[in-house]
Design a protein around this ligand. Structure first.
Ligand code: G3P
Ligand code: CA
Length: 313
């Protein structure tokens, strides 16, 4: 090598080494979970400039509940094929306190509980049966889509659901029933406090959850369907407004879910308060595109396949 080329070679080698080091650093997995980068952004609660996510986050509602029985392993597995940013699912507690993934308070609609334990019995509460009893139920035979066969599908526990979802997405856990301390204990045991998000229609629950220093990212769901501040609201009062936004922000949430009763102004106001806006439950891509034009950050859908095709073009 010519003597006068040595500094250049030294310089190029140093650049190469720095680049290699940076690349290696990028590739070090934070955890076993492969978190879609934008979802990680939500989980890390990086507020600051609230520019709407573009394209919006796609959140698979109860899994791919269009093509498989909602809130079951097949629904979650199917959803993951379409790379959703989050996969939503609901939980209740069994009689023996286990976390059971199911939407309704009752077992009737999405399992064969009435057929199995009837006749003459209905409105069978999830909380009235043990995990062992619930595991004997069939959560798939009620569901029909294009001759798909789901008979024999079980009701999953929250751990079983998260084992599937967290492989390549992020769970958006909806608490239907249960105490914040029990959820925190569960998430700590699983080592997932930083890797999932939690939301609920119960805004007091979301506020209480936020009192734990290691609480996960949290969202309120609206509009309030029961009483709000002691009064049942009319339909027109359920549009997203400044009062709701202030209330949600004051409870320490990072995001909220709302139905399509939002405007560009109300979404911008939410962003100015550091809140992300996810809209449920949208299965019509044209409606999703209308909402995206209003500036919303995420679309919650039963059909993640169709939504991914249309929103990620
Ligand atoms: O994402 C919000 C949505 O999950 C709330 O509705 O009835 O599915 O719990 P629901
Ligand atoms: Ca839900």
């Amino acid at each position: 090598m010519k003597r006068n080329m040595r500094p250049l070679m030294f310089f190029l080698t140093a650049i190469f080494l720095v680049a290699a080091l940076l690349a290696a650093k990028e590739q070090v997995p934070v955890s076993a979970t492969i978190v879609p980068p934008r979802t990680l952004h939500v989980l890390k609660r990086i507020g600051g400039h609230m520019i709407p996510y573009s394209p919006p986050l796609i959140i698979a509602h109860r899994g791919d509940s269009k093509h498989a029985p909602e809130n079951t392993r097949p629904a979650f597995e199917l959803a993951l094929k379409y790379r959703p940013d989050m996969v939503e699912g609901d939980y209740h507690h069994s009689k023996d306190g286990e976390f059971i993934v199911i939407h309704d308070h009752h077992l009737d609609r999405t399992t064969d509980a009435v057929k199995k334990w009837g006749p003459g019995i209905s409105d069978i509460l999830v909380s009235s049966r043990t995990l062992k009893e619930i595991k004997t139920l069939d959560a798939g035979s009620w569901f029909h889509w294009n001759n798909s066969e789901f008979t024999g599908t079980k009701v999953p526990t929250l751990k079983e659901a998260l084992d599937v979802i967290q492989k390549s997405s992020v769970a958006l856990i909806e608490r239907k029933e249960g105490k914040p301390e029990d959820l925190m204990r569960f998430l700590r045991n699983e080592g997932l406090t930083n890797d999932v998000a939690v939301h609920s229609f119960d805004w007091d629950f979301i506020e209480e959850l936020g009192t734990f220093s290691d609480a996960p990212s949290r969202g309120a769901i609206g509009p309030p369907w029961g009483k709000y501040k002691g009064r049942v609201l009319t339909e027109s009062e359920k549009w997203l407004n400044a009062e709701f936004i202030e209330d949600i922000a004051s409870r320490g949430a990072q995001f909220f879910g709302w139905n399509s009763w939002v405007t560009a102004e109300s979404v911008a106001l939410a962003h100015s308060k550091g809140l992300r806006v996810f809209i449920y439950t949208i299965d019509d891509p044209n409606e999703a595109q209308r909402l995206v034009a209003l500036g919303v950050d995420g679309i919650t859908t039963n059909d993640p396949e169709l939504m991914a095709k249309r929103l990620r073009q």
